[in-house]
Design a protein around this ligand. Structure first.
Ligand code: SF4
Length: 180
């Protein structure tokens, strides 16, 4: 069982203060999210952390049912050049993977991270396949690629999120850490 007080202290030691706890059963998992990944997203089949390289929607539901605790981390950023947005999330996600590893080493052996964006560790040179991923120990899926309705989930918690109409607008991105 998660010791939330100890975890909050660890989150702060790693520099994370903008987070909220959520019951994993309250995370909204939906088939429509997977459908929009499959039809309409340019990352489909091109990023090794995106569909079809991820568990089925039913498997994601099973995964979340195996945890009693999750934390949602909020990140807000505005970039001058749209091309900078992946460099920003790459840095954020590298930090979060270190946090996941730190929790594991503290005894939270089930800790599993859903990053705040598709993996861009290799920039635009992703292999598009789990079997040939160049940094498999660090690559993690995003909530969206795991069929999570991020809008519905974070709004339940009072976090901000809106549909953006341009890359110059401030982004509110979210990562989910399953832990107990
Ligand atoms: S580590 Fe590289 S190859 Fe693996 S998912 Fe990330 S970008 Fe793709």
């Amino acid at each position: 069982m998660a010791d939330q007080q100890q975890l909050e202290q660890l989150f702060q030691e790693y520099g994370y203060r903008d987070f909220r706890w959520v019951d994993p059963r309250e995370v909204v998992i939906a088939q429509w999210v997977r459908t929009k990944c499959t039809f309409g997203c340019g990352n489909y089949g091109r990023n090794a952390t995106c569909p079809p390289n991820v568990p089925s929607v039913a498997e994601v539901r099973q995964l979340f049912s195996e945890y009693t605790t999750a934390a949602i981390f909020h990140f807000r950023q505005q970039v001058a050049d749209p091309e900078d947005r992946h460099a920003w999330t790459r840095g954020v996600n590298q930090g979060l993977v270190k946090l996941e590893r730190g929790l594991f080493l503290e005894g939270y052996y089930k800790a599993f991270l859903l990053c705040c964006d598709s993996c861009f560790l290799c920039g635009d040179d992703c292999t598009g396949d789990r079997k040939t991923c160049k940094v498999p120990r660090q690559a993690r899926p995003s909530p969206e690629s795991m069929a999570i309705d991020v809008f519905a989930t974070v709004r339940k918690l009072g976090f901000p999120i809106e549909v953006l109409t341009g890359y110059s607008q401030a982004m509110n991105r979210y990562a989910i850490l399953l832990v107990e």
